[in-house]
Design a protein around this ligand. Structure first.
Ligand SMILES: Nc1ncnc2c1ncn2[C@@H]1O[C@H](COP(=O)(O)OP(=O)(O)O)[C@@H](O)[C@H]1O
Ligand SMILES: CC(=O)N[C@@H](CCC(=O)OP(=O)(O)O)C(=O)O
Length: 296
C-alpha cells in the first residue's frame, strides 16, 4: 500500500486526473462511511476526514456518516469508575452505561463531527436513530459464536428491527450531510446501544449505497501472520472466525460487511482511517486500500 505522505506533486496531479472517471461514475450515488472511534483519535486526521466528506459532497456524491465512539465511551465510563465489558464485539450495556453511551455518542462525538464538517464548508446534520423514527430496535438475543446453545445477556444492546431512511434521504436531497449516531429506540421508547458497524451496514443496504467504507485503526483484515488480506468472501470469513483469526471489534464489522455486500451494496471496504485521506483515495483512485468484502 502506498503511504500517502510520500506522494510527490507529480503523483498528486496524476491522482487528480485519475479522479475524474470516478467522480463521473459516482455522481449522485450514496457513500456510507463508518467512522470508527479508533480512527478519530488525532485532531488533524479528524479535520482531514471532515474535508474529505465535504469534497465528496461538493463533487456530487451523497456521503452519509455513521460514527462510532467505543474508546470515547470507554474513557467516560472510566471517569465514572466503571469498567466496560465486551462479548463478541458488543458492549454489555446496563442502564447506567446506556446513559453514558447516549451522552457520549449523541452529545459529544456526533457534535464534534458535525462541527468539523461545517467548518470545512459542508452542511452537516446530526441524528440518532430516534430522529425521524429511523432505527427501530429490540433487545439483541446474542448466541455464542462457537456454541449456539449458549446465550449471552448483553443488556440494552439493540438488534435492528427496521430502518426508515426517509429522514436521511430528505436531508441528502436538501444538500445536507447526515451524521448518524448508532442509537435505536424500542417499542416502549427505550433506548438501545447498537454497534456502529451494524448500523452503517444496514443503512448502506437500505439506502442501496454504492459503497460502504469502514474506517478503522488497522490496515484491514489481517491473517494469522499479520499480513493484510486484500479480498474476502463470506466462506473465507467464516473460516477465519472459526479458527480465531478474526475476533473482537472485527466480528460485527465483517458480519455487517457481508450483509451489505449480499444486499447489493456494490463495494464494501475495511480501510485504515489512521492513514490521511484513505477514504478519499479509496473512492477516487485506482489504488485499492485495505480489505474488500465480496458477496460470494
Ligand atoms: N483478523 C483481524 N484483522 C484485523 N483486526 C482484527 C482482527 N481480529 C480482531 N481485530 C481487531 O479489530 C479491531 C477493529 O475493530 P474496533 O476496535 O471495533 O474498531 P472501530 O472502532 O474502528 O470499529 C482491530 O483494531 C483489531 O484489534
Ligand atoms: C453495542 C456496542 O458495542 N455499541 C458500541 C457503539 C459505539 C461503536 O460501535 O463504536 P466503534 O465503532 O468505535 O467501535 C459501544 O458501546 O462501544
Amino acid at each position: 500500500m502506498t503511504d500517502p505522505s510520500s506522494i510527490t506533486p507529480r503523483d498528486k496531479a496524476e491522482i487528480l486526473a485519475q479522479a475524474l472517471p470516478y467522480i463521473r461514475k459516482f455522481h449522485g450515488k450514496t457513500m456510507v462511511i463508518k467512522y470508527g472511534g479508533n480512527a478519530m483519535t488525532d485532531p488533524a486526521l479528524q479535520q482531514d476526514f471532515a474535508e474529505d466528506v465535504v469534497l465528496l459532497k461538493l463533487v456530487g456524491m451523497n456521503p452519509v456518516v455513521v460514527h462510532g465512539g467505543g474508546p470515547q465511551i470507554e474513557a467516560a465510563l472510566k471517569r465514572l469508575g466503571k469498567q466496560g465489558h465486551f462479548v463478541q464485539g458488543m458492549r454489555v450495556t446496563d442502564a447506567e452505561t446506556m446513559e453514558v453511551v447516549e451522552w457520549v455518542l449523541a452529545g459529544e462525538v456526533q457534535q464534534d463531527i458535525v462541527g468539523l464538517i461545517n467548518q470545512a464548508g459542508g452542511k452537516a446534520v446530526g441524528l440518532t436513530g430516534r430522529d425521524g423514527g429511523m432505527i427501530r430496535a429490540r433487545k439483541l438475543k446474542m448466541l455464542d459464536h462457537k456454541d449456539a446453545s449458549v446465550e449471552h445477556d448483553v443488556g440494552q444492546v439493540g438488534d435492528i428491527v427496521a430502518i426508515d431512511p426517509s429522514v436521511v434521504k430528505a436531508l441528502q436531497d436538501d444538500a445536507f450531510i447526515p451524521v448518524v449516531s448508532p442509537i435505536g429506540f424500542g417499542e416502549d421508547n427505550e433506548s438501545y446501544n447498537i454497534n456502529a458497524d451494524v448500523v452503517a451496514s444496514r443503512l448502506a443496504s437500505v439506502l442501496q449505497a454504492e459503497k460502504l467504507v469502514m474506517l478503522t485503526n488497522i490496515p484491514g483484515v489481517l491473517d494469522k501472520q499479520g499480513q493484510l488480506i486484500t479480498e474476502l468472501t463470506p466462506a473465507q470469513i467464516d473460516a477465519l472466525i472459526a479458527d480465531g483469526t478474526i475476533s473482537g471489534g472485527m466480528l460485527p464489522k465483517l458480519a455487517g460487511a457481508i450483509d451489505a455486500a449480499k444486499a447489493g451494496v456494490n463495494a464494501v471496504h475495511v480501510v485504515d482511517g489512521r492513514v490521511p485521506h484513505s477514504m478519499l483515495l479509496e473512492i477516487l483512485t485506482d489504488q485499492a486500500y485495505g480489505t474488500m468484502i465480496r458477496s460470494e
